[in-house]
Design a protein around this ligand. Structure first.
Ligand SMILES: NC(=O)c1ccc[n+]([C@@H]2O[C@H](COP(=O)([O-])OP(=O)(O)OC[C@H]3O[C@@H](n4cnc5c(N)ncnc54)[C@H](OP(=O)(O)O)[C@@H]3O)[C@@H](O)[C@H]2O)c1
Length: 264
């Protein structure tokens, strides 16, 4: 018989919108207790929605996960409770060419996607390993397979996470803790708007439904799978990326992220 997840603690970062919100809904429907986190006050409104779906307890935290102070705030809220599901999903991007970006904005992308994410996993992952069970889900991206013009920092951070997740999974393989990397392709969320990319081909094209993406990632995490690339197009791209030189991949991807290149 499948083990009940009722009352187990799940932590979801970036749960206010998009894929993270949908991942939190999957947890709520399975009646888990939830700690949800995002940077803006909107996260407070999400708690009631998740309770209505079945979560017994939901704590909503506002914290900037790009720095250790924000992550420490989150860890303090968790306290000594064992975390069963750690869903490290918060992330952001930024359009524009690297040298035309403000340094602080570019750094915020790298700090959120990489430093904040691995700092959180370092702190809570140790506890999960000591407890001898738990599931970690990291939202990487199929963008991690290719260098991205006007997405140089973002794609680099996702290449890091895709690789990191795989390595951590191997390190934890005999501990009872599994690591799953969710690698979505373009998904219909606030992501492109926030990155100021709505006038690019990838910003404007039809994208995957975040609820479908999250469900696939959630199921993969619960099954203890290593990685999940969403959508057949993205799976094909991932396969091709192992055969095509990086320079060619960057050129192919470039037209998707250049403003004013919308398909008519
Ligand atoms: N959408 C796509 O096409 C796509 C494709 C592949 C991978 N992904 C990845 O999927 C994940 C979720 O993105 P999404 O598409 O769902 O975008 P989204 O709707 O913009 O959601 C991003 C979430 O992350 C939170 N967040 C961002 N920076 C944060 C920070 N410094 N501290 C705390 N929370 C922060 C946001 O909260 P606030 O608004 O409060 O900051 C929001 O809850 C990201 O890691 C993204 O890289 C997205």
């Amino acid at each position: 018989m499948a083990q009940s997840n009722c009352g187990k603690l799940s932590l979801v970062t970036g749960a206010s919108t998009g894929i993270g919100l949908e991942l939190a809904k999957c947890c709520a429907r399975d009646r888990m207790d939830l700690v949800i986190v995002a940077d803006e006050p909107q996260i407070q409104d999400i708690a009631a929605e998740l309770r209505a779906l079945g979560a017994a307890k939901v704590e909503a935290i506002e914290a900037d996960l790009s720095n250790e102070r924000g992550v420490d705030k989150l860890i303090a809220v968790v306290g000594n409770r064992p975390v069963e599901h750690l869903i490290a999903n918060a992330g952001r991007s930024l359009g524009d060419a690297f040298l035309d970006q403000y340094w602080q904005a570019a750094r915020h992308v790298a700090d959120t996607n990489v430093i904040g994410t691995i700092y959180l996993i370092h702190a809570l992952g140790r506890r999960m390993r000591d407890a001898g069970h738990g599931r970690i889900l990291i939202t990487g991206s199929s963008a991690g397979f290719m260098p991205g013009r006007r997405q140089a920092v973002y794609n680099g951070t996702k290449a890091f996470l895709d690789s990191f997740a795989c390595a951590l999974r191997e390190e934890l393989k005999d501990t009872g803790v599994t690591v799953t990397c969710l690698m979505p392709g373009a998904t219909e969320t606030e992501f492109f708007n926030r990155a100021d990319m709505m006038d690019t081909e990838v910003g404007a094209e039809e994208k995957m439904d975040p609820a479908d993406v999250a469900r696939q990632g959630y199921d993969a995490m619960m099954a203890g799978k290593g990685q999940l690339i969403t959508g057949w197009k993205n799976k094909m791209q991932a396969t091709m990326s192992h055969m095509i030189p990086a320079g060619q991949l960057a050129r192919r991807q470039a037209r998707q992220t250049v403003p004013g290149m919308l398909k008519h």
